[in-house]
Write a protein that binds this ligand. Structure first.
Ligand code: FAD
Length: 435
């Protein structure tokens, strides 16, 4: 049987390689690291998480939690490794990013059907079975090869990463650990602000100097989920207080009252020596980040282990060029997976790799490819990205309950409603997989 070539060893490429290899297909996984690193990648291992260490909500009342559960039931490598390397994060699934990448790399390296080739790929041969999973920061002439195959103009926007702080540099006399509304474990560090502190911080933030970009990031093609904190702040003085700095359900134990605003920090590694600033993706100049973020109570002497950055992001016009299987309409042996298809997020990228890897393997073995029903979140997301989105107005999409088809009637309580939809989705998945 022919071999499957996968370009890119990130979230999507690793999951795709695993799925195909588990079905008996020989895989050559091409990854340009450590020969070449993108501006956001630093770890030579596969499956690197470039920004937050959170894979979002763990519960079934969260669409990304449901997505992870569907993936578990489909034998996902990425989710299995995330479960094994998780760190405490309240209701979310967060991981120790280095342990996570090392574990995925080990599993891939040990698989008898996978060969890892550390090489920069510059072209695509449409006559070979190939999955393109080179991510939002696709490097070099591969971009031109993709443009030639898709025949479509690239769409692009910017993604942003938040700073990471050394835990021992946080002033624990000023901050407190708690869970919102006392639900779950108190894993987040909360930095409370009174009105004067917030106002001074807000003024400094909106007036701070931003790093230059090749494109105006105020344009609407900045995806909402990656909005830099300074751009969000510039929408109005209270926007942050109703967004990432929301104090609701987080009373300060010193006063017993909810502060005016709260900056939250989330654990970033197993040892708990690093915390990242939740919602603080930013494009401020490095010196400005240190100056402005050190105004946050508790962070006056913070040691910033990593500062926020913004990067170009590239994705193809999937609804015009892909089938619901993630294979190309015009080149049946070529598949796309990951952020480059327009899915948004770590887990979403991995699930598109799961479907592309499974379907490429099925096609190579002469089996019928699988398209999951839109009553599952995997099927709904795949459908939206490949065929469902409005042509000409395609924007990246993450997992959410809005795209799932269901028969759940009116349930007032949102959590109960989502749980009912999730139950239906898991049942549909079981039926589609023949379980
Ligand atoms: C700065 C930044 C911050 C982000 N923050 C978050 C976040 O906090 N949460 C979130 O859910 N998502 C975030 N994202 C989106 C994130 O990239 C995706 O969710 C996810 O990593 C995409 O997975 P992927 O497999 O498509 O790409 P990647 O994980 O980027 O993997 C692509 C791989 O392909 C390799 N590659 C590229 N070009 C070539 C080539 N020519 N030849 C060989 N190999 C190549 C790269 O080295 C890389 O390892 C962020 C993205 C960026 C750029």
């Amino acid at each position: 049987m022919a071999e499957l070539k996968i370009i890119g060893g990130g979230l999507a490429g690793c999951e795709a390689a695993w799925q195909a290899a588990q079905r008996g297909v020989k895989v050559k996984l091409y990854e340009m690291k450590p020969v070449q690193f993108s501006p956001a990648h630093t770890n030579p291992d596969l499956c690197e998480l470039v920004c937050s260490n959170s894979l979002k909500g763990a519960g079934l009342d969260n669409a990304c939690g449901l997505l992870k559960e569907e993936m578990r039931r489909m034998g996902s490598l990425v989710i299995a490794c995330a479960d094994e390397t998780s760190v405490p994060a309240g209701g979310a699934l967060a991981v120790d990013r280095d342990k996570f990448a090392a574990l995925v790399t080990k599993r891939i390296r040990e698989h008898e059907n996978i060969e890892i080739i550390n090489e920069l790929v510059g072209d695509i041969n449409p006559d070979e079975y190939t999955i393109v999973a080179s991510g939002p920061l696709t490097h070099g002439s591969l971009c031109d090869a993709i443009a030639r195959l898709t025949g479509a103009e690239y769409l692009s926007f910017y993604d942003a990463a938040a700073p990471v702080i050394e835990t021992e540099s946080i002033d624990f006399d000023k901050v407190y650990k708690s869970a919102r509304y006392g639900k779950g474990t108190a894993d987040y560090i909360n930095c409370p602000m009174d009105k004067d502190e917030y106002t001074a911080f807000y003024e400094a933030l909106i007036n701070a100097e931003r790093a230059p970009l090749h494109e105006d990031i105020d344009k609407p093609n900045v995806f909402e989920g990656c909005m830099p904190v300074e751009i969000m702040a510039s929408r109005g003085v209270d926007t942050l207080r109703f967004g990432p700095l929301k104090p609701k359900g987080l009373p300060d134990p010193k006063t017993g009252r909810e502060p005016y605003a709260v900056v939250q920090l989330r654990q970033d590694n197993t040892e708990g020596t690093m915390f990242n600033m939740v919602g603080f993706q930013t494009n401020l100049k490095f010196g400005e980040q240190k100056r402005v973020f050190s105004m946050i109570p508790g962070l006056e002497n913070a040691n910033f282990l990593r500062l926020g950055v913004m990067h170009h992001n590239t994705y193809i016009n999937s609804p015009e060029v892909l089938k619901a299987t993630f294979g190309m309409i015009n080149y049946p042996k070529v598949y796309f997976a990951g952020q480059i298809t327009g899915v948004e997020g770590y887990v979403e990228s991995a699930v598109s790799g799961l479907m592309a890897g499974m379907n490429a393997a099925k096609a190579m073995k002469g089996e019928e490819e699988l398209v999951l029903p839109t009553s599952t979140v995997t099927g709904a997301l795949s459908n939206y990205i490949t065929v469902g989105a409005v042509k000409g107005r395609f924007q990246p999409m993450n997992a959410n309950f809005g795209i799932i088809e269901h028969h759940v009637g009116r349930i007032k309580n949102k959590k109960e409603r989502y749980l009912a939809i999730a139950e239906e989705a898991l049942q549909s998945l079981g039926e589609a997989l023949g379980n």
